[in-house]
Design a binder for this molecule. Structure first.
Ligand SMILES: [Zn+2]
Length: 500
């Protein structure tokens, strides 16, 4: 058997001012042909899973392209068409093949296309003329009818933090095999309940999401159910398919697919009250840090998560920490290439005075004038120890650790969400011994930080990934939708968080 694989991955926050051109893909990861297998072989990632799934079965895998950019604003048409063209050429050149297994994100928006994954899948389907087509997807996918109709089967992550990408990659190859040998005849039910949850309540480690996932897993044990994707969605893509969706794939049993999908929709809707987010005011959180006898307390700057398209240079929390005089903490991370350059020029041990952060837009706090000591300079590369993406290389760009009034600030050239403790350890910082850790992340930080955190506090910070969804100028999402239209949805007894 011979399968072909490829990836064009982006989570698009249409409110971001950062244009996503080809350079943004080059900065994160843009690989071609055998570079893809060389990079991902042996890693616990979706593509690592696809590679191992093929090797286990003795299948030949032809890699085409892997393109991923850090979440940011809309992808330029030029970049998207170029990447799609390369993927399609790669798929055509790989023939004769027996099937296609892609890894996609699901929340990609280009200037001219709200639904890049639907477009990718439909074009690949045309290119391979009806051969089996399977794709894995991120849990933050905003699925569409075009995706459902174009892929024979798709398989979303079951976890957030995403720690099951490898397993979903393996699963996708197994599904492709059954499509090829004819033992699987997929029948699908697709539902989009009127719900658009913020990221914090998409965390699968606690209700309500854990209850939805448990129910889906129970159903996957039923005879005839092949796979179920509960996709929590990505709010800031702002188009009509944005939000929660449920896709049930059965083996030649449409009735069973419909029944399971309806049951999951009812469950999600019945849990809607638990899909509200209550972040903690920054000052209140800092008082808790001050009063705590043991650290580290993890403070999540959820408004400025680069993993959701925010600039990662917000200064709101650092300003508050310095004003409060709190020492012994570490900030991961503030992306500011200018400050990195100044630190490199000054050298380790030198004192620098810089305007730190706040340079991308006006939503995340203005630049902060600080004087600090350059403690360390690094190339910013480390290998993730997991549980997310174990074994894969992370690249922060050149990185400086700046000590400002008893606080270590990790300043990087690239925007990066702190999902792995090697980030600190590669810089000689032991996070478990710190009084507090500030992370710019919505939920992913939990996978690595939960085991060392004495407490985790989600901060009510402003920004492009704030859970205060009513504060965004959504223009194109389907309405009514939870949590924006709670009265229309019969939840009159609850006031929205924005009213408080
Ligand atoms: Zn995701």
């Amino acid at each position: 058997m011979r399968l072909v694989t490829g990836t064009i991955s982006h989570e698009t926050n249409v409110f971001s001012t950062i244009r996503t051109d080809l350079d943004e893909f080059r900065k994160r990861l843009l690989l071609r042909g055998e570079e893809v297998s060389d990079h991902f072989r042996g890693t616990k990632t979706p593509v690592g899973g696809i590679i191992d799934g093929c090797e286990e079965r003795g299948f030949e895998l032809v890699p085409t392209i892997f393109a991923s950019a850090t979440p940011s604003g809309k992808i330029t048409d030029e970049a998207f068409e170029a990447l799609l063209g390369e993927l399609l050429d790669g798929v055509k050149d790989a023939r004769p093949i027996h099937g296609v297994v892609l890894h996609l994100h699901g929340a990609g928006v280009s200037e001219g296309c709200d639904d890049i994954e639907g477009r990718i899948l439909s074009e690949v389907q045309k290119a391979v003329g009806g051969l089996p087509l399977v794709s894995t997807f991120d849990l933050h996918a905003n699925h569409t009818r075009l995706t459902v109709d174009s892929a024979d089967v798709f398989i979303g992550y079951d976890t957030y933090p995403h720690v099951d990408g490898y397993e979903r990659g393996l699963e996708a190859v197994g599904v492709a095999e059954r499509l090829i040998d004819g033992s699987l005849k997929p029948t699908k039910a697709f539902r989009q309940p009127p719900m658009m949850p913020a990221l914090q309540v998409q965390f699968t480690g606690r209700p309500p999401m854990s209850l939805l996932m448990d129910a889906a897993h129970r159903m996957e044990g039923l005879e005839g159910v092949e796979t179920i994707t509960v996709a929590a969605g990505f709010p800031w893509s702002d188009f009509e398919d944005t939000g929660l969706s449920i896709t049930v794939t059965t083996n030649d049993d449409q009735g069973l697919a419909d029944e399971c999908a309806d049951e999951l929709v009812d469950l999600a809707w019945s849990l809607r009250r638990d899909f509200l987010v209550k972040p903690v005011p920054v000052q209140e959180a800092l008082r808790k840090v001050e009063a705590a006898s043991e650290g580290p307390i993890v403070l999540a700057d959820i408004g400025d998560n680069p993993g959701g398209g925010a600039p990662c240079d917000g200064t709101v929390v650092l300003r508050a920490v310095l004003e409060a005089g709190l020492e012994g903490g570490v900030f991961a991370v503030i992306a500011d290439p200018e400050v990195v350059a100044a630190a490199v020029e000054a050298g380790v041990g030198s004192e620098v005075t810089v305007d730190l952060g706040g340079k991308t837009d006006k939503l995340h706090g203005p630049p902060l004038n600080v004087t600090g000591t350059v403690r360390l300079i690094s190339d910013g590369k480390f290998i993730a120890r997991g549980p997310m993406g174990t074994g894969s290389e992370r690249d922060m760009g050149r990185t400086a650790v700046l000590r400002v009034r008893g606080v270590d600030v990790v300043v990087t050239e690239k925007r990066l969400q702190p999902t792995d403790l090697q980030l600190y350890r590669s810089l000689g910082i032991e996070p478990a011994e710190r009084r507090f850790i500030v992370v710019k992340s919505s939920v992913h930080y939990r996978a690595a930080h939960d085991p060392i955190a004495k407490e985790i506090i989600e901060l009510d910070t402003p920004g492009l990934t704030s859970p205060r969804l009513a504060s965004f100028d959504f223009r194109r999402i389907r309405r009514p939708i939870f949590p924006l239209d709670m009265e229309m949805l019969g939840i009159t007894e609850l006031k929205s968080m924005e009213d408080e």
